[in-house]
Design a protein around this ligand. Sequence first.
Ligand code: FE2
Length: 364
Amino acid sequence: MNQDFLPINGTDYVELYVGNAKQSALYYQYAFGYELIAYAGPETGIKDRASYVLKQGKIRLVLTSPLHSNHPISKHLMQHGDGVKVIALWVDDAEKSWEETTRRGAVSVEAPHELKDAHGEVKIASIQTYGDTIHTFVERKNYQGVFLPGYVSKKSSYQASPIGLLHIDHCVGNVGLGEMNTWVSFYEKVMGFSLLVTFDDKDISTEYSALMSKVVSNGNGFIKFPINEPAEGKKKSQIEEYLDFYGGPGVQHLAIATNDIIYTVGELRKRGVEFLEVPSSYYDTLLDRVGSIEEDLQPLRELNILVDRDEEGYLLQIFTKPVQDRPTLFFEIIQRKGAISFGKGNFKALFEAIEREQELRGNL
Ligand code: FE2
């Protein structure tokens, strides 16, 4: 067996560029229960932008806004709106990660360099992936600070109440027509990932819109990146709608793991987070489709949580509506009870729900 040339310990952080990081930070604290832990901005010597770091479980979200109209992040926001800029990967050797990937064809965004402060040093390097999205390799074994050098510890006067979000389960990218295989082979050849599963348009087409998807995963399986592309359907694919509004390829959704989806989703709903709705008839035959499950059917039906089963077990999942006005980034909440798959059995019901939303937006 070949040695993994890009060992990854997990997702280090996900950075979103947003129009108003101060307000977004409060949304994620209030609605999703993240805790504000760190900040960088003018008060800390960063003159051109402000970044808020939020944490829950092992998840770190960074929300960044530019302070000037001619800033590159402002251009990014004009084109894409709010969305994911960086999927950062926690590695033991950032320089080697950058060397191994750029040697295999990755486009460098930032060559390896050190960041230092009183709490130690971090080595980082970045490469380009689909669209304007990047991967940053973060080596933090010699760092004891709250996040990264340049950030200061910051607490909010608002006491966030966590809702059981644990870690990022998978992170999905949407790419253009005919580009899925290009990006799958980027992850295979340049990053040493392997193809986990393929969904073609027969698996996931509804009457109207269609898409194709392949999932790649790194050596230890901690990182899973499904890549979607639009497929020909009677009407506009949900992936095309995303590409139109994001202005190109980008991150479609982040799936966040929980150990108690009924509690997590109950809290999210109470706090105003909106979800896609499947018809109540979905639940009439659910147990015939997935067999017996530990949860009562009633709360699942009330909260509109979906269930699917594979050979290894079952999973429960639900999808938020887009979390900004452009129909782009959304979140999935997922609880795995053995299942290692992605909810293929729910694709049809789910995509019909997305199409109803597309129709309301006039984009189907
Ligand atoms: Fe997903």
